[in-house]
Design a protein around this ligand. Structure first.
Ligand code: ATR
Length: 264
């Protein structure tokens, strides 16, 4: 039986096994999908295991999306340009690193019917998923991307990949049409200490977090009368793209898919 895994650290809260196993069952595929917490020194051996076909493929989450790269044979153009891999497949003897976070974010925004072209986007955070979000936003032809991160150096490092990023000191605000919380603030009910009350009209507040479904950041956006969206659609569609790569089947996304992830 083919075995798939998601690797990360921490990994307990990952909902990938729940979703992938649901789709495996729906599509009558005889395979399993599990989660495993790894330490950084274990990554190389783990990836060798994919090559030896002990594992058929895997998803990669924080903090290993870049760590895995030296051990792979090929990268998709998106993984190359973001230096971020969230899916590994084994194709004709080669281990290939893919980035399906980009497609996940892209689909999530397109489903919102919020016109993003020519708009200003403020991203809070500079962690693992941010290069993928920037890549997707650039493809959508936004006017400007501004990054604000507690550790400024990490925001500056993103300029190596994306030259025209603007950087904003953490704790400050600027004019924007869409603000994205890509920090981990909110996972445990934390607030983001920024005053958005004079941000103007017609804004989109987007949180990459989907569990809890409504972070305090999104609650605040809603109270101020803005549109809000959590990261669940992005999560589902990055998983769908990975499923397609491994099984060559497009799984169905419907109300039950969203409900499945609500239960946690
Ligand atoms: P990683 O940084 O390992 O990729 P991540 O979960 O993808 O992990 O990213 C965590 C993000 O949340 C980072 O941008 C982090 O800011 P730092 O780069 O300064 O660490 C941000 N973050 C976490 N706790 C925070 C806090 N208390 N205040 C502000 N930002 C915080």
């Amino acid at each position: 039986m083919n075995k798939y895994l998601v690797i990360g650290n921490p990994i307990e809260h990952s909902l990938s096994p729940k979703l992938q196993n649901w789709w495996l069952k729906e599509n009558n595929i005889d395979a399993t999908y599990d989660k495993i917490k790894l330490e950084i020194h274990e990554i190389k051996n783990f990836i060798q295991g994919i090559k030896e076909q002990k594992i058929a493929g895997c998803n990669v989450t924080v903090p290993f999306k870049k760590t895995v790269i030296p051990f792979l044979d090929k990268l998709s153009p998106e993984a190359e340009q973001t230096q971020s891999v969230n899916t590994i497949s084994y194709d004709n003897g080669d281990l290939v690193g893919h980035n399906t976070d980009i497609a996940g974010f892209d689909t999530a925004i397109k489903k919102l019917d919020f016109s993003i072209k020519g708009k200003k986007v403020l991203i809070l955070g500079a962690g693992g998923v941010v290069p993928s979000i920037i890549f997707a936003l650039k493809n959508m032809h936004v006017q400007e991307i501004i990054i604000s991160n507690r550790t400024k150096e990490k925001a500056e490092n993103l300029r190596v990949l994306f030259k025209d990023l603007k950087i904003l000191e953490w704790g400050n605000l600027t004019d924007f049409h869409m603000v994205i919380n890509a920090t981990s603030l909110g996972l445990n009910n934390e607030t983001i200490d920024l005053d958005f009350s004079s941000s103007g009209h017609d804004k989109l507040f987007y949180d990459v977090i989907y569990n809890p479904q409504e972070t305090r950041f999104l609650k605040m956006g809603k109270q101020l009368g803005y549109r809000t969206e959590n990261g669940k659609t992005m999560f589902i569609y990055q998983a769908l793209e990975a499923f397609k790569l491994w099984h060559r089947i497009e799984p169905e996304v419907n109300k039950d898919t969203f409900k499945l992830l609500d239960n946690d």
